[in-house]
Design a protein. Sequence first.
Length: 314
Amino acid sequence: MGGIGTMSGAIGAVETAATPDELSTLLDGHDYLADDGAATACFLALRMRRPLFLEGDAGVGKTELAKAVAAVLGGPLIRLQCYEGIDSAQALYDWDHPRQLLHLRAAQAAGAAGVAELEAGLYDRRFLLARPLLTALEGGGAARSVLLIDEIDRADDEFEAFLLEFLSDFAISIPEVGTVRAEVPPVVVLTSNRTREVHDALKRRCLYHWMPHPGFDREVAIIRRRVPDATEHLVRAVAAAAQRLRDPASGGVDLLKPPGVAETIDWTAALLAIGARDVDPDTAARTLGALVKHHEDHEAVRGSLAALFNGHRG
């Protein structure tokens, strides 16, 4: 990862960020309100040229942070969405078999009968389909790309081992083409919702940062930024309700999936759409689908609405 303030030309605006606070200001300019921990983790990852491993509950802003870093750097965001069963071929490259077949037929029709000649044409670079990892290695211009490896906890152990090797070398070998090596390694951000433990070997390659749910004041600032038409009273009521829902010890509800800031933004927008000026049990019940996404959570919150909105912070 690139060194902030030392790497000439390659990282655009972030060259001017000599401190985590300055990087936080740059992220703010792209509508991402980073707390001190996230800004420092990003700063160090860039400075030390290390992948950044972001772990936390769904909806706390891990993916959005990677997008904001790409916006600050001025380069493309290349996203690899992980899922159960993903393998190296789906992450690296594939061959365009329909085009290869058309080429083969055209070559045969033109009289290219030799096996070696046909094979050489079949595996021309123009038939190679770059998947996210190869795209990240090849770069995309003067600005550094950001490779987002999203929800790595959904992948299996074998894919983790492959990623470990990829992050060590930033190069891949394609038998028919040769070795592709990054001239300038991409900025790498890995995210995990901690649905399972990611192996320590992969984490050791990275700088680690746990992303918590935002505190009340920061959540108010985020909602205000993302839903600017909402009144201050409504924004604060939503944030206060979300804070209580995440903390059963302070009168909240024990949920399968506590709402993240993504859900509180959606909930604020939903309340605004029905003309609500405040959050009360009635308006909350009507818009609950924007806030909680499991049936069990929906029923648990619905049964606690009166207590939940009794004396909220406004």
